[in-house]
Design a binder for this molecule. Structure first.
Ligand code: ATP
Length: 437
């Protein structure tokens, strides 16, 4: 019988540590607030997320180019983008205990949640970019910033990309990489971090097509999340109110997910007009327009941006996949991840270690093809199944005494726990079919 699972942040955080998905960074030195490391399984799963995202862009009838920009950026670039002036959050401080909060997160009519006193400072703007220094000189000329988003390196490379690639408007430029924000209160585990990873795509188009393309990307991006296995009923699109829009945006929608702590942004989709390219053109003095053969005139393209965090999506996938089932004698924890997202695609489990050789060899063959499998020959088979359930492995194959005689194995399905016998030489196909679904 399957009871309704109550999934909490605590359960997900504990599972991540127990099974090697995510660790607090420098854990043995008490960590660093808002900064995490990926363990072996987290690393595999994040790579699957990146691949799925790239694949979703490649499947579309548009040219999408991939770039990989630097994390450090100079002051001029961040001034032009508006970040030096505008990238801050309102901060309020408790004067009694000096705790700091995002003003939007506290009710100023109530007492401080840390010390119980009610003595708030005025709200002020807190700048969220990390500033650093290049070289030994302390002069302003060597100041640099860790990027708070990946998008700007796409805009500043627009001219380089246009002149080095044979792309024509409309086309997209996509990037996956680290971003850094000095969040006032990092919280909810991977939801709000200080060092995180983004997957961003800037789609350059003519102004007259931008609104339709914005609608197109809204639908595409929403569909992407259900394609990788997220429950459609827990996803929605929310259009920003006019008052919420950033100064450059003519329309923005968020794909939101229903987390245990409420509906929250998973991805932002924004119609940015030609603000970014125009700003960089103005500040750098470089021409960033393209020539339109049809009208024989130049124009600065509009941009539709889609921006999602790898870590936030990772967290969402774990929340969505986590379930606990009450079996007769125990509770089974299962991650019902889509096979493409699951860190390990199959477990190869010889009943006893002396029957292990055929699976050892198969494990090598599958890994060489980029299919991640685990070979595990010790402990009771039931315990080995549970361990794989908990990390979301879709299939467990077992090699037993019958296998040695008739070249058949059992395959056990994670979700239904059903077992069937198939031919040993069908294992590869079996896994590959599931990955194509
Ligand atoms: P929020 O309102 O949640 O702070 P945002 O509107 O500032 O998000 P964007 O600047 O639109 O976020 O960033 C795009 C995406 O990057 C977000 O949808 C989210 O998935 C991810 N992201 C942004 N900030 C963080 C963070 N501090 N930690 C983890 N992921 C983040």
């Amino acid at each position: 019988m399957v009871a309704e699972t109550v999934v909490t942040l605590e359960k997900i955080t504990a599972l991540c540590k127990r099974r090697g998905f995510i660790f607090q960074t420098a854990d043995i030195y008490n960590g660093l607030n808002g900064v995490y490391d990926s363990g072996p399984l987290g690393t595999l799963m994040k790579e699957n997320i990146r691949q799925a995202w790239k694949q979703s862009l490649r499947a579309l009838p548009y040219d999408i180019l991939f770039v990989d920009g630097a994390i450090l950026g100079n002051e001029a670039m961040w001034r032009a983008s508006g970040h030096i002036e505008n990238f801050h959050d309102p901060l309020v401080e408790c004067k009694a205990c000096n705790a700091r909060f995002r003003t939007d997160d506290v009710d100023l009519n109530k007492a401080c949640t840390r010390c119980g006193k009610k003595d708030w400072s005025e709200s002020r703007e807190f700048h969220m970019m990390f500033k650093t220094q290049l070289g030994a000189s302390v002069e302003q000329a060597s100041a640099a910033y860790l990027r708070p988003e990946t998008a700007q390196s796409i805009f500043v490379n627009f001219k380089n990309i246009i002149s080095s690639s044979r792309v024509k408007i409309p086309f997209g430029v996509a990037q996956i990489g680290k971003a850094f924000r000095n969040e006032i209160t990092p919280k909810q585990f991977l939801f709000r971090m200080r060092e995180f990873e983004q997957m961003e795509m800037e789609f350059f188009c003519k102004h007259e097509d931008a609104q339709n393309l914005f609608e197109f990307w809204r639908t595409e991006r929403l569909n992407f999340f259900s394609h990788i296995g997220i429950t459609p009923e827990k996803l929605r699109l929310r259009a920003h109110e006019q008052t919420e829009l950033s100064h450059y945006s003519s329309a923005t929608s968020d794909v939101e997910y229903e987390f245990p702590f409420g509906w929250k942004e998973l991805e932002g989709i924004a119609h940015r007009g030609n603000y970014d390219l125009s700003q960089h053109s103005k500040f750098s003095g470089k021409e960033l327009a393209v020539f339109d053969d049809a009208t024989k005139s130049s124009y600065v393209p509009d941009v539709v941006e889609c921006s999602v965090g790898v870590d936030r999506l990772f967290l969402t996938l774990l929340f969505d996949a986590y379930s606990e089932e009450q079996l007769e004698k125990e509770t089974r924890t299962v991650l019902r991840l889509h096979p493409r997202i699951a860190p390990v695609k199959a477990a190869l489990l010889p009943l006893v270690d002396s029957l292990g050789e055929p699976f050892r060899q198969l494990a090598r063959e599958l890994r060489m093809q980029g299919i991640e499998v685990q070979f595990d020959s010790s402990g009771s088979i039931g315990k080995r199944y549970r361990r794989q359930d908990e990390i979301g492995t879709p299939f467990c194959f077992t090699y037993d005494y019958q296998s040695a005689e008739d070249q058949s194995v059992t395959v056990r399905h994670r979700d239904s726990m059903q077992q069937e016998r198939i031919a040993f030489d069908q294992i590869q196909n079996y896994i590959k079919q599931a990955l194509l679904a």
